[in-house]
Design a protein around this ligand. Structure first.
Ligand code: MLT
Ligand code: ZN
Length: 481
């Protein structure tokens, strides 16, 4: 490892940018402010950063050569995929000292093996493109998130994304067999093994998954695929409360837990934002409900009888007044339309106004109690605040999001984000939950780390960071306080 620890971090010089241009070519570097600005701001528009350049290497070797130069000059790097972070994990700071290293041109599918059920893919391939590539070979890449059309594999793994199918297949972490990573000194670690069993020392790949670009840059990965479902059944159910939604989930679990591929919760208010702001979104149920559950059953076995099972469980739940009303998708188009009502929740909320997000998890059985208590806490803290809980009820991950009171000032509302998040987190703690379930820590939540992960855990994380990135050039200011 070159001795970068003694080199002070400094703003990128013209000489450095010229040397980088010589590696990546003209199309691999953006320096005009109008070109770099969109990369320097996050999706939620919480952070407006500035950068001297966005570097877009076309190969892992180019990327490694750029990192080597940055290591020598002590220039901080912000790795960036699709820039869909909910916690400002991929934005540079505002002083222009950090370079953005975009993985978007590393966009090749290197290998897809339907016999081994593995996909070897570069970091800049979007999750959607990777899903399509798998489907074309009769396989399923079982990871689905609302931003999958834009989010890139490298970023998805760097934040250990969760999403809609965790209840069945686990998180991004559970799908990774191998990784290729460029380390902070520019070394390429090729760990692209596709083995199901490989007990050979520390599991390094899992160190980089969830590290949010603070330990190195993931440039390619081997992902585990699953058999493609041959039968899928989806229903949207109106329910009175999160308690009723949990009862419904429990019934599906008791009947055939292995067939559940998603179980999502939405609130009536969140749904109303989607219907109001998203063109083409329509409600298939006759009357609005206080909450909704979206259930998806899937099986790789043709003739699994999922449709019949769904009908049977829902009929009984209607009779028992657990469900108020339900719509079952009759076609692929209807299935997509039902999913759209769920997937557009973040966009609907964004268009409605300013929101504070709490991406939290609690044990599944505690979700209703958590929602009730956190709602009361937020309403007591700020009269008129609009509570919009939704998310992945089947795995206990609720996006306990808060929308600004009607008629209030958005900036005023956002300025109180810490007070709101702290109030919610107090309830999360009561249920032994987590203050970040799937979005990560980014720039938004490092201040919470000492409180939640302090002592031996945080100290160990800091020692790992110091060992792998002694000069601290990889995504500074993210994850660790
Ligand atoms: C989602 O599941 O749609 C996103 O992770 C949630 C969010 O916007 O908080
Ligand atoms: Zn989510």
């Amino acid at each position: 490892m070159p001795d970068t620890a003694t080199v002070p971090a400094s703003a990128p010089t013209a000489a450095l940018l010229d040397a980088i241009r010589a590696i990546v070519g003209d199309r691999g570097i953006l320096t005009e402010q109008s070109d770099t600005a969109p990369y320097a701001e996050d999706w939620r528009r919480l952070y407006q950063g500035r950068t001297a350049a966005v570097i877009r290497p076309g190969t892992t070797q180019e990327l490694a050569a750029v990192v080597t130069l940055c290591a020598r000059s002590g220039t901080p790097i912000v790795p960036q995929g699709g820039n869909t972070s909910m916690v400002g994990g991929a934005v540079p700071n505002a002083d222009g000292s950090e370079l953005i290293l975009s993985t978007s041109r590393l966009n090749r599918i290197r290998d897809l093996d339907p016999a081994d059920m593995t996909l070897t893919v570069e970091a800049g391939v979007t999750l959607k493109a990777a899903q399509i590539a798998a489907a074309e070979q009769g396989c399923l890449l079982p990871l689905s998130i609302s931003s999958e059309g834009t989010a890139q594999i490298g970023g998805v793994l760097a934040v250990n994304a969760g999403g809609n199918n965790t209840v069945r297949y686990g998180n991004a972490r559970d799908l990774v067999l191998g990784l290729e990573v460029v380390l902070p000194d520019g070394t390429i670690w090729n760990g692209l093994r596709r083995l199901r069993k490989d007990n050979t020392g520390y599991c390094l790949r899992q160190l980089f998954v969830g590290s949010e670009g603070t330990l190195g840059i993931i440039t390619a990965a081997v992902l585990k695929l699953a058999p493609q479902p041959k039968e899928i059944a989806v229903a949207l159910c109106g329910v009175e409360s999160p308690e009723a939604a949990l009862q419904l989930f429990t019934r599906f679990q008791a009947h055939d837990a292995a067939s559940i591929s998603a179980f999502e919760l939405m609130s009536g208010l969140g749904m109303s934002f989607v219907l109001k702001h998203i063109p083409g979104a329509t409600m298939p149920l006759a009357s609005p409900a206080p909450f909704y559950a979206l259930v998806e059953l899937a099986s790789p076995r043709p003739g699994a009888g999922l449709r019949g099972m769904l009908e049977q469980i829902l009929e009984q739940a209607l009779a028992d007044e657990i469900v108020q009303d339900a719509a079952i998708a009759e076609s692929d188009a209807q299935r997509a339309a039902l999913w759209r009502l769920r997937e557009e929740h973040s966009e609907g909320q964004k268009r409605e106004g300013a929101s504070v997000k709490n991406d939290v998890s609690v044990p599944v059985s505690k979700v209703p109690a958590f929602i009730r208590k956190a709602t009361a806490a937020c309403e007591a803290l700020m009269p008129g605040i609009r509570v919009v809980p939704f998310g992945h009820m089947g795995d206990g991950n609720i996006h306990f999001n808060l929308e600004q009171p009607i008629g209030s000032d958005g900036a005023w509302f956002l300025a109180q984000d810490h007070a709101i998040m702290d109030a919610v987190n107090e309830i999360v703690r009561e249920y032994d939950g987590s203050f970040s379930a799937e979005h990560g820590i980014g720039k938004l939540k490092p201040y919470m780390m000492p409180d939640w992960r302090g002592g031996a855990e945080l100290a160990l994380m800091q020692r790992i960071k110091a060992a792998i990135d002694p000069a601290g050039i990889m995504n500074p200011g993210k994850v660790l306080p």
